[in-house]
Ligand binder design. Structure first.
Ligand SMILES: O=c1ccn([C@H]2C[C@H](O)[C@@H](CO)O2)c(=O)[nH]1
Ligand SMILES: [Zn+2]
Length: 133
């Protein structure tokens, strides 16, 4: 099996930058690109709760903002400090189905347990850009 130690270390480092004064639930994420770049993201909350941004969206938007695209992405890690492994919310799944290849490994961990999945598994029968053509 592939080793995800590096990307998990980066995601846990990103988790330290979470701004989560309301939920107190800290999430970190990291995108690894084919050229070996690690791009971190954290959840950033707001007093107007609905404006909060999840860690995985922060990371993947940062990667796209730097010019990377789905074919450049090797893996995505999402980590949190909860009792059980955190999985992406529905909004993030919809974003990831468009911005990741269907079979790109998504590594989830809470530091105790780790799970490797894909967006195809997390969001089956998705609505995506192909439905618009
Ligand atoms: O996969 C997830 C799930 C939740 N959150 C954030 C949103 C909010 O800041 C906090 C509680 O929902 O956790 C993420 O960043 N990623
Ligand atoms: Zn989310």
């Amino acid at each position: 099996m592939e080793c995800y130690d590096d990307i998990l270390t980066q995601a846990f480092a990103a988790m330290k930058n979470a701004y989560a004064p309301y939920s107190k639930y800290h999430v970190g994420a990291c995108v690894k690109t084919k050229d070996g770049t690690y791009i971190q993201g954290a959840n950033i909350e707001n007093a107007s709760y609905g404006l909060s941004n999840c860690a995985e969206r922060s990371a993947i938007f940062a990667a796209y903002s730097q010019g990377y695209r789905k074919q450049d992405i090797v893996s995505l890690a999402i980590v949190s400090d909860g009792k059980r492994i955190g999985t992406p919310c529905g909004a993030c799944r919809q974003v990831l189905v468009e911005l990741l290849e269907k079979d790109t490994p998504i590594v989830l961990s809470n530091g105790k347990d780790t799970l490797v999945t894909t967006i195809a598994e997390l969001l089956p029968m998705s609505f995506d850009s192909e439905d618009l053509s």
